[in-house]
Write a protein that binds this ligand. Sequence first.
Ligand code: NAP
Length: 295
Amino acid sequence: MTAKLISGIEIAKEIREELTVEVTELREKHNIVPGLVTILVGADPASQSYVAAKNKTAKALGINSEQMTLDVDTTEEDLLKLVEKCNADPAVNGILVQLPLPKHINEANVLIAIDPAKDVDGFHPINVGKMVLGEQCFLPCTPHGILEMLTRSGVETSGAEVVVIGRSNIVGKPIANLMLQKRDGGNATITLCHTRTKDMAAHCRRADIIIAAVGVPKMVTADMVKPGAAIIDVGVNRIGQASNGKAILAGDVDFDAVKEVASCITPVPGGVGPMTITMLMKNTVQAAKMAANLI
Ligand code: NAP
């Protein structure tokens, strides 16, 4: 293998160790235990497993984590009432409403109801606006995790040509914005590609860093990659089922071929995925410190 592997598992472990120190210090010096509430509406199996993983990680770090599971028929009004209750509860520092919500609930109404000071997912328009302005705020977890992977792996972003494929509100747009900021991990020149982009391969071939957040398995092929480029693969695509019933996953990048051209690359699984949950924990600890005026 030519490319160095950027392991999300290893980097997430490093950050969790740092967080454990912070949580212990908060408890011992300030008598504070950060509190996270995750709200799940319905019983979508993927959402159930994401929420369970978030709770498990929080508890392992010493964060007080409570999962609230609501019936799939819960009204928007009742969900908003629960959000309000969590907003008013001083023991709750972070509120996460697992998306997607059932069709009869307007996601935007729910996200905007979360107190921006408890919006540990970083999806509230106030936090999105602050992020774009480069102000202190909760950063959305997946893009924040990507930044940590790049900086902790020593990938130079300043002056780099970065191609982001995918313009979703949760990955593509925020990572493009973050890498544009005038600060460490930023200062890049960004091209944001999507389904209307003409000749995406030509854009990719210019890139020092490619970030693929598309949802199309193995779409980024070796011929689209400049030798020595850094590759961040956000995609999680189920491409089959193993004999033990487990899903077979593939990223948006043709890993086996691209690793022979790139200088470094994230695997799927074990790449961006573990970072997302870890950055949620980092935001929750940050929220607890902010609530106690410690930062
Ligand atoms: P999304 O909301 O479905 O958006 C996909 C984006 O990709 C859209 O902007 C779309 O363009 C673009 N796109 C789709 N097909 C394309 C093509 N053939 N050529 C160029 N652009 C194309 O996706 P998302 O929520 O950002 O997720 C993307 C992937 O990342 C998924 O596999 C998801 O499971 C994964 N993901 C992983 C994590 C993690 O923690 N590891 C977190 C979030 C997402 P248009 O806007 O023009 O339609």
